[in-house]
Design a protein around this ligand. Structure first.
Ligand code: GN1
Ligand code: MG
Length: 363
């Protein structure tokens, strides 16, 4: 997107002044994100929703407006700043919540959260703060009317159906890459039997459904530049009913890894038990003792599951010819998959240690 195109899109939003600067945000594998600076110095985030993935963007926006308005009331009641502690949707000059461009591009805008940063990695202290904020986010939404939420991506964390998709990708071998990644496919296939762990727990009632974020990467939280506190959980596109294990697990797989999600030197990729410990303590605290014993006991397995799941999603996308995740070079998805599988193997090796860490925080 060039600046003229961005300026034209921006002209449809009710910003405080004329947009004068645009910068691409490199994070995120799905939507297109830009920072917009206006003539009065105010900044906004303008995003093009990936509508081949979010096929009903109006439902995404309805979820986000519902959740953020609900959170704003709670934040205000607690004496917080509702424009800084949750997202604020900026409407269009036409009075809508999104702008659809002539090419069917679906755009929305938010206020920028100033004085805060989205981190790609953290030390134990910062990671514990992120954990408390993610836990608190889920606690704040505990009494949100879950039946009003749309399922923006069906079966998003249904690992059984993710495995079925993966097997279909192997069978179709659309990009002719299956032979080259036989070892990675075998690694995934050998673990098929574990895929139903969370789904079984939901089905038998031992893992309750809650309102979950479902994409709790460390970079999906804004952390205050002065205090380091996690002040605002962002990327609310996948807020849906789910298990607490989704949020805990996804945060661990990204933030407790010793390396970036696409590090190719696999000797550098392992689960940092110090970070695992810090996050576990902070998350349980953020949830204020609301987790059941079965949920607590299952936390390490949740971390395993979310890591394995995104591993088969990356590998499946590589087999499909890189049609889902944004990639920056031809083997990017394969590198991401190998990286996640290395973490999976390391979690398996360290499972007793991970369980002992969770045990420390179970009363
Ligand atoms: C995607 O949008 P982003 O980059 O925060 C993906 C997550 C994956 C993640 C892997 C809607 O998240 O599920 O865990 O990449 N989001 C969607 O980094 O598929
Ligand atoms: Mg996302």
């Amino acid at each position: 997107m060039n600046e003229n195109q961005l300026r034209e899109v921006a002209s449809h939003f009710a910003f405080s002044a004329e947009p004068v600067g645009f910068a691409l945000c490199e994070n995120g594998h799905i939507n297109g994100t830009y920072f917009v600076t206006c003539a009065d110095g105010r900044r906004y985030v303008m995003q093009q929703i990936n509508t081949s993935i979010f096929t009903r963007p109006d439902e995404v926006m309805a979820n986000i407006i519902g959740v953020t308005e609900f959170l704003k009331e709670k934040i205000a009641a607690a004496g917080g700043d509702p424009e800084r502690e949750t997202l604020t949707v900026v409407g269009t000059v036409e009075g809508g919540v999104a702008y659809v461009d002539p090419d069917e591009g679906y755009w929305r805008a938010y206020l920028c959260i100033e004085g805060a940063t989205s981190h790609q990695s953290a030390d134990a202290e910062l990671f514990a703060k992120a954990a408390r904020a993610f836990g608190n986010f889920q606690r704040q939404l505990a009494d949100y009317p879950a039946d009003t939420l749309c399922e923006t991506i069906p079966n998003f964390h249904n690992t059984v159906s993710r495995m079925a998709d993966f097997k279909a990708a192997v069978a179709a071998d659309k990009a002719g890459r299956a032979a080259e990644v036989a070892d990675e496919i075998a690694f995934a296939m050998a673990r098929e039997g574990k895929c139903s762990f969370i789904m079984d727990g939901i089905a038998d009632g031992s893992l309750p459904l809650r309102v979950t974020h479902n994409d709790t990467k460390l970079n999906n939280i804004m952390m205050d530049d002065v205090t380091g506190e996690g002040i605002c959980v962002i990327d609310l596109d996948t807020v849906m009913p789910g298990s607490v294990l989704y949020d805990y697990g996804d945060a661990i797989r990204f933030g407790a890894s010793s390396a970036a999600e696409d590090e190719v030197d696999l000797d550098k990729v392992y689960v940092r038990t110090d970070l695992f410990d810090a996050f576990t303590e902070g998350f349980i605290e953020g949830l204020g003792g609301s987790l059941t014993e079965a949920e607590l006991r299952a936390l390490p397995m949740g971390a395993w599951m979310m890591t394995f799941e995104v591993g088969i999603r990356f590998l499946g996308d590589y087999l499909n010819g890189d049609v889902y995740f944004r990639t920056h070079y031809p083997t990017h998805n394969l590198d991401r998959a190998r990286n996640q599988f290395k973490l999976v193997a390391d979690m398996e090796a360290k499972m007793p240690e991970l369980e002992a860490i969770v045990g420390k925080y179970m009363k």
